[in-house]
Design a protein around this ligand. Sequence first.
Ligand SMILES: [Mg+2]
Length: 210
Amino acid sequence: MKKELTIDDFKSMLEHALKNISERVDEFSSLDAVIGDGDHGQAIYTAMLTAVNTARQGVEFKSMLNDIGMNMMLQVSGSTSTLLGAFFLGMGDCVSGTRLDAAEVRGMFAGALANLQKQTQAKPGDKTLMDAVVPAVEAMQLCKSEDIVEVMQAGADAALAGAAATTRMKANYGRARNYGERSVGFADSGATSWSCILQSFVEALKTMAD
Ligand SMILES: [Mg+2]
């Protein structure tokens, strides 16, 4: 049971996500190479490294999340840092203080998705990261538990299922659309990496729960 998320808890979540992402860089890039330029592993690693390094100076949620989002957006490495940056900026829009309860964590992720949806028109079914993120944030909103581990677990489970479902899909967004049938049989790189981040968040939370 974990009823409160502190700044230090959140920093640990980011560090655990960076570690897990770093171990799967080649996998994410290989998936991206099926329908893109094969740079996604490095791009998501660089974005998460920025998150961890920026968070070190953080003393309260709103400014820390805004700083993370801005520093990601400043990276000119394509859509990955722009989209993840928008996600963190949206998180910062909806929180304040140094401790969050489960309802505030739900609100933080709802704000993240709302801001992400201003950056991309992609919808679930298009074979993008939205196939992981949209069901994850929706599942978190539906989980009314006071236990932040349960809320995050609901999101991570939905993200994993959503990412797995992209394997059967045909790319339907952006330049990847040109690959059509050739994209079927491989999971989307962004859905897979964002799912990894959310899985990492709940893994880290479980080590903190009492
Ligand atoms: Mg790419």
